[in-house]
Design a protein around this ligand. Structure first.
Ligand code: SAM
Length: 279
């Protein structure tokens, strides 16, 4: 079924991107659309009120969030069916992405109503492109489960995925998540992108163990994780050490690198390596 988006007389549901921290990351088009629609549905009317007043937007604002989205769905659909032009915004970034809105998108489509995106900031993809990890292929995962057992199961399912993975995480859970990630994925390369677009924006790049050593506990964060790589899997770590030495590494550096790759203790690996060589 084809639906043309911009028909002056017909209803439309706009999904409008808003800034992820820096109020200036708002597009001209987003402002124009928010000024012109009949009503804006926002995740948190107080948060969005700040943005709207900054841009002198006076459109009617109503709440639409995780806890009332089922109740409000009929109301929104009736409004669309009566020909209204509506916009959904979330507290930050793109609505629908780890935020409410998906239900309304499907309802609108089922009812032949146009759904259109007003693109702009989104934390995950913004972090990915500056991470330095392979940008493609990637998987956007969003939040892992808050419960340890479920999170481990989710990570087990992702373990062999050869894609860079984008996770969202809360600062109070990042340590537990990284420890679970280390135990399931091994010591992969990751990037923790924090406070994007804000004054204290920071990218921490390194292995999971490196990042755990200086872990930030504040701020909004996106976690980008290197995908599964066959070559990072080592059948015999001692042979791998020999291989690195033959390629020019100093023995100490080779042991350090292999210990990181297989998530082993460096001195234990060194002891094992000496035994292996003296056999
Ligand atoms: N819809 C949003 C988007 O398009 O990115 C995501 C909303 S989700 C509820 C909020 C999560 O996004 C935060 O917990 C954090 O993981 C990430 N996030 C949002 N803003 C961020 C920022 N400025 N810097 C880093 N991460 C951010």
């Amino acid at each position: 079924m084809k639906i043309r988006s911009f028909d002056a007389d017909k209803a439309i549901l706009y999904l409008v991107a808003t800034p992820i921290g820096n109020l200036k990351d708002m597009t001209f088009r987003a402002i124009e659309v928010l000024q012109s629609v009949d009503k804006i549905y926002a995740e948190d009317t107080r948060t969005s009120g700040v943005l709207l007043s900054y841009y002198d937007i006076h459109t009617k604002l109503e709440s639409y969030h995780e806890y009332n989205q089922d109740l409000k769905a009929d109301q929104v659909l009736n409004e669309l069916n009566s020909g209204m032009k509506l916009a959904i915004i979330s507290d930050a970034g793109l609505p629908v992405i780890s935020d409410p809105g998906y239900k309304l998108v499907t309802l609108a489509i089922e009812n032949g109503i146009a759904v259109s995106t007003i693109p702009g900031a989104s934390a995950g993809i913004s972090a990915l492109i500056a991470s330095g990890l392979a940008p493609m292929p990637y998987t956007f995962y969003g939040f892992l489960d808050a419960k340890h057992i479920k999170r481990i199961k989710e990570l087990e399912d992702l373990k062999y995925l050869p894609h860079t993975i984008i996770f969202y995480e809360a600062p109070h859970r990042i340590e537990e998540t990284l420890k679970d990630l280390l135990s399931v994925f091994g010591n992969r390369q990751i990037v923790l992108a924090r406070e994007l677009t804000k004054t204290f924006e920071e990218y921490a790049r390194g292995t999971i163990e490196d990042i755990l050593l200086e872990l930030p506990t504040k701020g909004e964060m996106v976690l980008i994780v290197e995908g599964y790589k066959e070559e990072n899997q080592i059948d015999n770590p001692f042979q791998k050490i020999d291989e690195l030495i033959s390629l020019g590494s100093k023995p100490n550096d080779a042991i350090k690198e292999v210990a990181k790759l297989i998530n082993a203790n460096k001195s234990e690996l060194y002891k094992g390596y000496l035994e292996y060589k003296n056999k």
